[in-house]
Design a protein around this ligand. Structure first.
Ligand SMILES: Nc1ncnc2c1ncn2[C@@H]1O[C@H](COP(=O)(O)OP(=O)(O)OP(=O)(O)O)[C@@H](O)[C@H]1O
Length: 233
């Protein structure tokens, strides 16, 4: 498979505090890779570096062979990486449909448009005129995911899709993944629900205190390997 995205010794800082200590990561076209780890391990920081929201050295991140570390977030979206942020972050004054349309402003060509999204999540069509933030948590997550898809990215970066959602709703959200990857989309998920992460992904990276503590094929990693890498015990 062709390598699409990679990080080499990626470091990240918040002021004087270092959050990532040299992450080496690879993603091939069409893969779904999960990043897991305890609270504060650096998972969100890692995604934010990829999305241009936390500074990184230019050469530390390569997308389609070009160094993109530290480019402005808007430039990174235009190149084809889209983030579904932790906590959904919908525009409160906008309707469901307006929120979705905001994702399409980059005008990248591709299979995703309102019609496709409404076929994927029919409830959003029903609620398209109501304020996005008046929806249930699960429905808001569908909007956040849909908004990112509307930019027709090559790589979709999802930060804790399951956060605060009931197990049945989490399953409903993840049930959409085959339709998304079926279009050839490459996906990185940060996920606190390890069972779900292992079920939906082909490979897993586990982070611990800003370093990769384990990586491997999701169907080959054992429960004890994962808990050791996760908690460091
Ligand atoms: N805006 C910030 N300012 C300062 N430090 C931060 C900031 N955001 C994160 N950190 C620190 O960076 C480290 C990594 O945090 P990060 O949010 O990336 O972890 P995480 O694995 O995503 O955890 P969580 O599951 O809690 O979101 C932590 O020590 C955290 O306290």
């Amino acid at each position: 498979m062709t390598q699409l995205l990679a990080t080499h010794g990626l470091q990240a800082w918040y002021g004087d505090a270092q959050a990532l200590f040299g992450i080496d990561f690879e993603l091939a076209k069409g893969e779904l890779v999960a990043v897991i780890g305890a609270n504060g391990a650096g998972k969100s920081t890692f995604l934010k570096c990829l999305a241009g929201l936390v500074r990184a050295k230019r050469e530390a991140i390569a997308f389609k062979g070009e160094a993109i570390g530290g480019l402005p977030a808007g430039e990174i979206v235009r190149r084809g990486l889209a983030l579904v942020p932790e906590g959904r972050r919908l525009f409160p004054s906008l309707s469901v449909e307006e929120n979705l349309l905001m994702g399409g402003l980059t005008r990248r060509a591709g299979p995703w448009n309102l019609e496709r999204l409404y076929a994927l999540f029919p409830i959003l069509k029903e609620k398209r005129h109501v304020p996005g933030t008046s929806l249930s948590g699960g429905q808001q997550q569908m909007v956040a995911l849909g908004r990112a898809l509307m930019s027709n990215p090559e790589v979709l970066l999802c930060d804790e899709l399951s956060l605060g959602l009931a197990p049945i709703v989490i399953r409903e959200i993840y049930a959409a993944m085959p339709a998304i990857t079926g279009e050839g989309m490459t996906v990185v998920i940060v996920e606190q629900d390890v069972t779900m992460a292992q079920r939906v992904s082909q490979r897993i990276y586990c982070l611990q205190e800003g370093r990769v503590s384990l990586q491997g094929r999701s169907d080959q990693l054992t429960h004890s390997q994962i808990s050791q890498a996760y908690f460091g015990v």
